[in-house]
Ligand binder design. Structure first.
Ligand code: GLN
Length: 499
């Protein structure tokens, strides 16, 4: 070959190679840019632990299980990092598209869910089973009539149980946020049967072998269901990429590998002696640090919510007190009165959910949402405390201030309010202590506070005793220390009164 021809061929080869690299890079870029995820470059995935082996809290305190491993593989193929958020099963569908990009939780494709979300191609076949106490002879739908049934809220098992209740009015149905709580009640005899998916039913049967057993759904005539990934409606590019990733996973053996790792493997060790339970609840995989982080989160939310509460509460109190000066309602006192009425007249957990799902639905920061919700709630109570504090200040103080040439506002600010705050200190401290305990519901917005951590660890270890009592002791100790400190503060302030 002539040198010039060889040279020319080399140039061509290099050109083609560079073009291939550029094109595939561009393709990758375009692919990454195709999906608008909530957080750029990250696939935020909602799941609901307590559904082993598909999702449970792993030894390191993070969600693990077949679904988690599966979606991480999917994410890898989409060029996205996967971030998993654990929440109640019943909240998953509503969260898709605003709090999460997709949800995976052994979720059955149903027509009703299809109204709200799109589903990927199915990745697993399932059927509902019935979990009963060992020795129970429930083997048909008729046997379930008149029994106390259990299901996890919002699941297909819940729908089947509803049908049974409709057919027989003697049947009672109890719904649970998470299956482990239902299993606990089954063992305790509070419910007679749980309707839940086959593989989790078999896993619970293995964990509590000798106590409960899983009865095949065939005996009850339950039909096959298909699990799929839930995605926002109309997310065509995301859905075709996810479907392609699922097909690839199945073809290249990854799917079988995670099936073997999670579904075909035994698992779910349970410790029996109290010392073992203590070790697995606190020591194994440094679980103590989960309680510590939970406690810090609890304190952080309570502290900032208390600040919001004091500031807004004082404003509300001042607004409300205008009625006393004028002798009749003012716009300000009316607004403040209505606000306080609404907050006091509705449950805190609903206010939190409304904040999370409706008012601040685009906020990803659960802590911020919790601080706002608890702060606005606390403000109503603080307002009443401070109003009472202001009213308890002798009216002569206002007159004295005015006669010294202060305006009403100045007297309020420099003379009345400081005394009012001092009067209000003991009830304000109580309010803070209540707040600290009230934050225990933040698990609803996917935050791992102390209570949620205790719950997670009890479902990871299948032993509720030590984690729950442990968390209660931690709350108690923290609150006791706070009460003692606040007592000292109060005594100091009183001493300055006497002087
Ligand atoms: N497969 C059931 C459903 O979709 C239950 C799923 C679950 O509890 N995680 O309703």
């Amino acid at each position: 070959m002539k040198t010039s021809t060889r040279f020319f061929s080399w140039i061509m080869v290099c050109f083609i190679a560079v073009s291939i690299v550029c094109l595939s890079l561009a393709g990758y870029e375009a692919r990454a840019a195709e999906f608008k995820t909530i957080e750029p470059g990250v696939l935020t995935v909602g799941t609901s632990t307590g559904f082993p082996p598909f999702e449970y809290i792993g030894d390191d305190g993070n969600p693990d299980g077949f679904d988690v491993a599966f979606i991480k593989e999917v994410g890898k193929r989409l060029g996205l990092k996967v971030k998993v958020q654990d929440m109640e099963f019943n909240a998953l569908v509503a969260s898709v598209g605003n709090k999460t990009d997709v949800a995976i939780a052994g979720m059955t494709v149903t027509d009703e869910r299809k109204q709200a979300v799109d589903f990927s191609d199915p990745y697993y076949d399932a059927v509902q089973y019935v979990l009963v106490r060992k020795g129970s002879n429930m083997r048909s739908i008729n046997d379930l009539h008149g029994a106390t049934l259990a299901a996890q809220l919002g699941t297909t098992g819940n729908l089947l149980a509803d049908d049974i209740v409709k057919a027989n009015s003697q049947t009672v149905l109890k719904t649970y946020d998470r299956f482990p709580e239902a299993v606990n009640d089954l063992k305790a005899g509070r419910v007679d049967a749980i309707i839940l998916d086959k593989t989790p039913a078999q896993t619970f049967e293995r964990i509590y072998s000798g106590e409960i057993e899983a009865v095949s759904g065939d005996e009850f005539g339950f039909e096959v269901e298909k699990y799929a990934v839930a995605m926002p409606k109309g997310s065509n590019q995301l859905s075709s990429a996810i479907n392609k990733a699922i097909a690839d996973l199945k073809n290249d053996g990854t799917y079988d590998r995670i099936i073997n790792e999670y579904i075909n493997a035994d698992g779910g060790e349970r410790s029996n002696t109290i010392v073992d339970q203590f070790v697995s609840a606190f020591i194994t995989s440094n679980r103590w640090s989960m309680y510590l982080n939970g406690l810090l989160l609890t304190m952080q939310i309570a502290f900032f919510a208390a600040l919001v509460g004091i500031v807004i509460g004082t404003l509300l109190a001042l607004m409300r007190i205008t009625k006393n000066h004028k002798g009749k309602n003012t716009i300000l006192s009316l607004i403040s009165g209505i606000y306080i009425d609404i907050i006091r007249g509705t449950p805190l957990v609903l206010q939190l959910l409304i904040m999370w799902f409706i008012i601040m639905k685009n906020s990803k920061d659960g802590v911020l949402v919790a601080v706002v919700a608890f702060g606005l709630n606390s403000a109503a109570y603080v307002a009443e405390i401070i109003r009472a504090g202001i009213l308890a200040v002798d009216s002569g103080q206002m007159e004295a201030g005015r006669s010294m040439g202060f305006t009403r506002a100045q007297t309020m600010r420099y003379i009345v309010l400081p005394q009012a705050l001092k009067n209000s200190l003991p009830p304000l401290c109580n309010e803070f202590i209540s707040l600290l305990k009230e934050t225990a519901i933040v698990g609803y917005v996917a935050l791992s506070d102390l209570t949620r951590v205790a719950n997670q660890i009890s479902s990871a270890t299948y032993q509720p005793f030590v984690p729950l009592i442990g968390a209660a002791v931690i709350y108690f100790v923290v609150i006791k220390i706070l009460t003692l400190l606040l007592g000292v503060l109060e005594r100091r302030l009183r001493r300055s009164d006497i002087r």
